[in-house]
Write a protein that binds this ligand. Sequence first.
Ligand code: SF4
Length: 300
Amino acid sequence: MKLYMPSRILFEQEALEYPIGQNIQDFAQKNNIPYRMIPAHNRVTGLPGETAQQKYSQAKKTLVVGLKKDLRFQSCRPSADYQFPLMTSCPGHCEYCYLQTTLGQRPYLRVYVNIEELLKEAAAYTHKQSPSITTFEIASSGDPLSIEHLTGSLARTITFFGQLPQGRLRFVTKFTYVDSLLPLEHNGHCRFRFSLNSDKVVQQFEHRTPSVQERIEAAVKVAKAGYPLGFIIAPIMVYPGWYEDYGRVIEELEKGLDKVKTFSVPLSFELIQHRFTSKAKKSDTREISPESLRSRRKKA
Ligand code: SF4
């Protein structure tokens, strides 16, 4: 799958004082991506699109570059001790994504440039709880791997945590841009968890994400690099033929893992059903993505 390329980039003024902000500006100039300054991320206006679907789609093609002002970390129970946000949203258009309800009017991608301040704060949280291990989840508000080629934030965070004896990272992803992360000195302190589903569910609901096969190939590379690894099959959907389809996913996974069976990589598996947030239960179910509409029309 091709690397994500935003159609426009919006910078908060202070963002250009940080190396990540400057690098993204260079990237925009080299790739002729239009960019402009904005006073604050909650003042993003004038994105193209008439209908709600068009606006949502254009927001996903918009990258906002700014600072994380509140350096306090939210709890992330039960999967980790704290959330560690490097960014919000992601280029994918999964129809069931909980971010559709939690990000409300702001589904655009947003990256934080003040990563060194965030890392310093994470180290302080970790030292406070030492000698216990403190775990941070980096994907609670988006998929950081999806834009790693633009920020390099994930690599910096993994390397930093590699040197923190009591700090651990984890994140879940559907994306596959892992190559730049393979040579890092992670010391086993970061667990990648790849989200999988049946081919049918991926094709029908997980728009603009890599195929299951590509995700398994990326997982094999990660395992060979010695990272702790996990798989999440979620959300499990029951439809005619679901049992056989999910069986095929397990078989594909088995074939992939067979290639790394000589490596001693800690593995985890999670099987999860969809959980409707209270906002999702109340949302207007008539608002469906253009891709879904097209695929439903084809079947009709
Ligand atoms: S890849 Fe994950 S974060 Fe992105 S839209 Fe799909 S479910 Fe949401």
